[in-house]
Design a protein around this ligand. Sequence first.
Ligand SMILES: [Fe+2]
Ligand SMILES: [Fe+2]
Length: 140
Amino acid sequence: MQVSKELLDLLNRAIARELQVSIQYMWQHVLWRGVKGFAVKDELKKIAITEMKHAEAVAERLAYLGGTPTTKPDPIFVGQTLKEMIKKDKKDEETAIALYKKIIETSRKEGDTTTARLFKKILEEEEDHHDIFTSLLEEI
Ligand SMILES: [Fe+2]
Ligand SMILES: [Fe+2]
């Protein structure tokens, strides 16, 4: 399977941000404070693990396509208050949704239906995360 350098680069951008959010959500899970923090910490842990699985799945696909997966996460933002944390997390999920729609479109164009299918599944989960963070923000 031969794909473009553009698609390989997009997959590496996806890995960098999956690594970023998995560490970001994990540290937010560790550094929570107060009653509201208590209410969301388990969810943050669950989502952090999901993001790590995304990083792994995308890296496996990239390696199969002949690319080298990056080990470097995008800049991590933990935040001081719960509101600051969840606000940034919501934004990061929006970035993921936009990027993964582009990856689905590009891989389809190149006839790489496997990558398209993988990102369709991941996109569903990112939309779910976005939904969770959006709902949480209403109450913080
Ligand atoms: Fe993810
Ligand atoms: Fe996510």
